[in-house]
Design a protein around this ligand. Structure first.
Ligand SMILES: *Cc1c(COP(=O)(O)O)cnc(C)c1O
Length: 412
């Protein structure tokens, strides 16, 4: 373990000095991370959903190098460039027809902040400034900045630490935890009572990610959207985790072809190469919002936009539906039988997502050591041991991941 790292550097959701082991990565290639000590592990996490093509991908390397020779960055205030224009065209093209205005943000959390701010400015300019709160599903996750934290699950999120500071929002039952009818009833009751003060509903379509890795019936989206429309509440979909194929559709909203008023993209947007996110909206909302009060220093970074274009082209030119269907079939075959294990509460699979929920909290340090001994990198949290592998993973490599999961479950 590197002592400087341990003593001085914060890692995500961790103490400094660090309490659990961090592993030093020397390089990454294909689906493998090369760790110090000549160990090579399969990355079953795709670096938090993002590295969908794996690592050191020649087309993506090439895109960055070519752009680097021209310019790595220029300010976006008053200037523009081809990588941003081309990427925006592609995003407008591949997302629902009603979305044709693009804001480039520098991380998923910021894309969510921008979506929330768009909604607030929209109602402000419609002379309804009282509509300044948000409604969202329990068990959701939308990022770590203050506004985004305010719409994360109030129990498993970080609300208790920041309770005096976070804006007060409305949390309704999630169709991933109760029946769809019960969830819709709760949404309708809450909208009936409070829609006068609600600017927008924000939710992750079909899969609730970091808030608990739960899956729900996509039909909920159609009905929730209709209720929001009826109550004059904007409908924001956060596809930062689900976008770019992860669930088996290019975007999870395509399961039911729902058209959100605002859409957030991030994570896999650049194939995991660089930080970039985007918030898309409609002509009508953009017009009502007027001057959008946001402008990050590194907005629309040309390197990030270039690699995003290359990543999307690489994805769309690959047999990604087949690859993901094959991943899903193997996950089903190998992980579903774990449901009968004593310490397994549930197994959930959709697309290239495989989740095993245990009956009690996992000792991350111990689990990771066992996994690395078997040549696999996963990052369990809470009771969840899960994989979201690169779409390029071979069946043999994926079998190594599922076998490691099986072994670890027996030893935890
Ligand atoms: C990861 C994530 C975010 C936040 O993105 P960052 O780039 O980490 O700020 C927001 N929403 C969802 C659904 C996510 O999975």
């Amino acid at each position: 373990m590197d002592t400087f790292d341990q003593q001085h550097i914060w890692h995500p959701y961790a103490k400094v000095p660090s309490q659990i082991q961090t592993y030093k990565v020397l390089s990454a290639n294909g689906v493998y991370l090369s760790l110090e000590g000549d160990r090579h592990v399969i990355d079953g996490m795709s670096s938090w959903w993002s590295a969908i093509h794996g690592y050191n991908v020649s087309q993506l390397n090439q895109a960055v190098k070519q752009q680097l020779e021209k310019m790595s960055h220029v300010m976006f205030g008053g200037l523009t460039h081809d990588p941003a224009i081309r990427l925006a065209q592609i995003l407008v093209d591949i997302t629902p027809k009603n979305l044709d205005k693009v804001f480039f943000a520098d991380s998923g959390s910021v894309a969510v902040e921008v979506a929330l701010k768009m909604s607030l400015q929209y109602w402000h300019n419609k002379n309804q400034p009282n509509k300044h709160q948000f409604i969202t599903l329990r068990g959701g996750y939308h990022g770590d900045t203050l506004g985004a934290m305010g719409v994360c699950d109030p129990d498993n999120g970080m609300h208790h630490l920041f309770s005096g500071v976070l804006p007060k929002n409305y949390f309704v039952k999630s169709p991933s935890m109760v029946s769809m009818d019960e969830a819709l009833e709760d949404l309708e009751l809450t909208l009936n009572k409070y829609s006068n003060s609600i600017a927008a509903m924000i939710l992750e379509p079909v899969v609730q990610g970091a808030g608990g890795m739960r899956i729900y019936n996509p039909q909920y989206l159609i009905k929730a959207k209709a209720l929001c429309k009826k109550h004059q509440v904007l409908f924001i979909l956060d596809e930062i985790a689900t976008g770019f194929g992860r669930t088996g559709e290019l975007f999870a909203l395509e399961y039911v072809d729902v058209e959100p008023d605002i859409l957030c993209l991030g994570k896999a947007l650049t194939g995991g190469y660089m930080t970039l996110a985007a918030t898309l909206t409609t002509d009508e909302i953009a017009h009502a919002v007027g001057t959008l009060m946001h402008g990050p220093t590194f907005m629309a970074n040309p390197l990030a936009c270039s690699v995003a274009i290359a990543s999307i082209e690489l994805l769309l030119n690959s047999p990604w539906q087949d690859n993901i269907a094959n991943i899903e079939a193997l996950l089903n075959r190998e992980l579903s039988p774990l449901r009968t294990e004593d310490n397994v509460a549930d197994v959930r699979i959709l697309g290239a997502i495989g989740v095993v929920e245990l009956t009690r909290d996992i000792d991350i340090g111990k689990a990771q050591k066992l996994l690395i001994d078997q040549g696999v990198w996963l990052r369990p949290y809470g009771k969840l041991l899960y994989t979201m592998p690169p779409f390029t993973i071979s069946q043999q490599e994926l079998l190594s991941v599922t076998n490691a999961i099986k072994t670890v479950i027996k030893e935890l």
